[in-house]
Design a protein around this ligand. Structure first.
Ligand code: FAD
Length: 577
């Protein structure tokens, strides 16, 4: 039996946190193989197995810390070897640091002045709330039943953007001739792309583990439910149960794909975004059910990679929450890539037809049947609130979503809810901000969530980003509006990048010149929108954008010119007769 200990990698290293185990108990380990990833406050490194054998016991779980030289696992020769009760290699002073999951009821009250905060769910809402609560002096326990990072890091924002990045690079290489590059035989290495996606996800998930450890947050691996507003039962992943007492609880249990009860949606080949991110290979054809953000991102990815894409959307237009002019530019680009749209149309059934799926659709022109290798259902997501015992403690849940006030507190004092399980906007950055708001309110501050300045981003090619009111919304709210438009055809940097499909559009209050909304479609739109969000946050007028010097040449200059266009004074547009 060999004991694996926490290595010392640097003079100042006293402890390390296990970010990831590459093996599980019972797995064969070969000498020299990367056994685990350890993080310190300075670096992350891979630890090789010093011996071959079977990993018989993991003593320090992912997200937990251990002192240098402390035993963290055991490797035996096979079978279910367990450590002897008293291990001569593990002197008392070298026991893993007690940040690990407690095995029994946590009944000790918080020290005077210290609040015990329990966060349920380790997605971008939960883990940010946990960090903020720890920063403000809370004693924090985070309970996560799956992987840290939640949907966003594991099957949402991050993996989709890895795929989109490769799609962008693929387009650049294929269209190289247009910018003086000769790239021949460019093709998609799907398994290479999947491996890169995994590496990026693993790094970020490991990073969250490190952040938990460095902020002194206890991570419990298991499924939480309320025994009472201040007692959380946890069914631990590795068996057993524990109860954690809290002064305040933040529920951040996220969401899952909604799959409507349409005949055939349970067939093999009918998938959600979860499976679409881990396909064995690129399908030849896909019917996308739902033309929202997730659907359009997949439409962009798949059509770029040459997959035949058909979109079926029930509403009259795709991306209904985005300004219509902006959507029509994206639609034009996707149509050029061969994407077929059926709007105001409804999928009624899916059936197997040989190796393909036959999708029955009611369109305004009549019934039709579409054939495809895969059907990707992306009609929305539903909050995860079942099984938490919310109703039994008096938390109000409306159509699956937890109700809160602007401080993110529920009807039950001390119980807060944030992110996809509670929020009116299901976005990672909204979940994170709500997490900060909840943590700050718990720890003595008074903060309200402001949704007015939340930017939204659609990572298609070209990208779309917007903040504030669309023209239609502003008019519906009774504003008299002025509009400024600037096409990227007239922006030098967009021309350099050969990405001139796009525009900037300002929606401005005629009376005070205050900016009500900023909408961008084009390269780097999702990075540029921060200027619009800040403008809305600071209640900026058009004048403040115009008098801010913008670097040249940048796509950001289009934001400057768009503001000038509100006054009909864009410098790079021909003067109107
Ligand atoms: P989640 O990320 O869902 O995390 C909740 C966590 O709680 C999960 O890890 C879950 O295991 C855990 N949990 C649930 N119940 C329990 C329990 N009882 N006990 C213990 N743990 C529990 N948003 C963006 O802002 N930008 C994007 O580009 C973007 N792209 C996306 C792409 C896709 C394909 C998808 C599906 C979503 C995307 N989103 C994007 C949305 C984003 O992922 C979510 O808004 C975000 O993850 C919500 O964070 P959260 O913390 O509320 O919940």
């Amino acid at each position: 039996m060999a004991v694996v200990t926490m290595p010392k990698l640097g003079l100042t290293m006293n402890e390390g946190t296990v970010s990831r185990w590459n093996k599980k108990v019972g797995d064969q380990v070969e000498k020299g193989e990367i056994l685990l990833v350890v993080a310190t406050d300075k670096l992350t490194f891979e630890v090789e197995a010093a011996e071959s054998g079977v990993l018989s016991e993991i003593l320090v779980g992912e997200g937990e810390a251990a002192a240098v030289s402390a035993p963290i696992a055991r490797i035996g020769e096979g079978g279910a070897e367990k450590a002897p009760a008293s291990d001569p290699h593990a002197p008392a002073e070298e026991k893993p640091l007690q940040k690990a999951a407690p095995a029994t009821v946590q009944s000790t009250p918080a020290a005077a002045g210290t609040k015990k905060v329990v966060v349920i769910g380790g997605g971008p809402g939960g883990y940010v709330a946990a960090i903020r609560a720890a920063q403000l002096g809370g004693e924090v326990t985070l309970i996560e039943k799956g992987a840290l990072g939640g949907v966003c890091l594991n099957v949402g924002c991050i993996p989709t953007k890895v795929l989109l990045h490769t799609a962008e690079a693929y387009t650049a290489a294929k269209e190289g001739a247009l910018i003086g590059l000769r790239a021949e035989n460019v093709s998609v290495d799907w398994s290479g792309l999947m491996a890169r996606k995994k590496a990026v996800v693993d790094t970020l998930v490991g990073g969250v583990g490190t952040l938990m450890a460095s902020n002194g947050i206890t991570v419990l691996r298991g499924t939480a439910s309320f025994a009472s507003p201040k007692e959380i039962d946890v069914a631990l992943n590795d068996g057993g149960r524990t109860t954690v007492r809290a002064d305040a609880v933040i529920v951040a249990t996220g969401s899952e794909p909604a799959v409507p009860p349409i005949p055939g949606f349970d067939l093999d080949g009918v998938i959600t975004s979860n499976e679409a991110l881990s396909l064995d290979g690129l399908p030849e054809s896909v019917v996308l059910v739902g033309g929202g953000v997730i659907g359009m991102e997949f439409a962009s990815i798949f059509s770029t990679f040459g997959v035949k894409v058909t979109v079926v959307e029930m509403l009259p237009e795709i991306l209904p929450m985005i300004d219509g002019e902006i959507v029509s530019i994206l639609k034009g680009v996707l149509l050029r890539k061969g994407v077929v749209f059926h709007t105001s149309s409804k999928v009624t059934a899916v059936e197997k037809k040989g190796k393909k799926l036959a999708v029955s659709v009611e369109t305004p022109e009549g019934k039709t049947v579409l054939e495809a290798e895969k059907v990707l259902v992306s009609v929305g997501r539903r909050p995860v609130t079942k099984g938490l015992g919310l109703e039994s403690i008096g938390v109000a849940v409306e159509r699956g979503r937890i109700k809160t006030d602007k401080r993110m507190e529920t009807a039950v004092k001390g119980v807060y809810a944030i992110g996809d399980c509670a929020s009116p906007i299901m976005l990672a950055h909204v979940a994170s901000r709500e997490g900060e708001v909840a943590a700050e309110n718990i720890l003595g501050h008074t903060v309200e969530m402001d949704y007015k300045t939340v930017p939204s981003a659609v990572y298609t090619a070209p990208e779309i980003a917007s903040v504030g009111l669309s023209e239609k919304e502003a008019l519906e709210k009774g504003f008299r509006v002025k509009i400024g438009r600037f096409p990227l055809m007239a922006n030098g940097k967009s021309l350099i990048m050969n990405e001139t499909d796009g525009m900037v559009k300002y929606v401005v209050d005629e009376k005070y010149d205050e900016i009500l909304g900023v909408h961008i479609i084009g390269p780097r739109a999702t990075d540029l929108i921060v200027e619009g969000a800040l403008a809305l946050r600071l209640e900026a007028t058009v004048d403040e954008i115009i008098t801010t010097v913008h670097a040249h040449p940048t796509v950001g200059e289009a934001l400057l010119e768009g503001a000038m266009a509100v006054r009909g004074q864009a410098l790079s547009l021909p003067k109107k007769a």
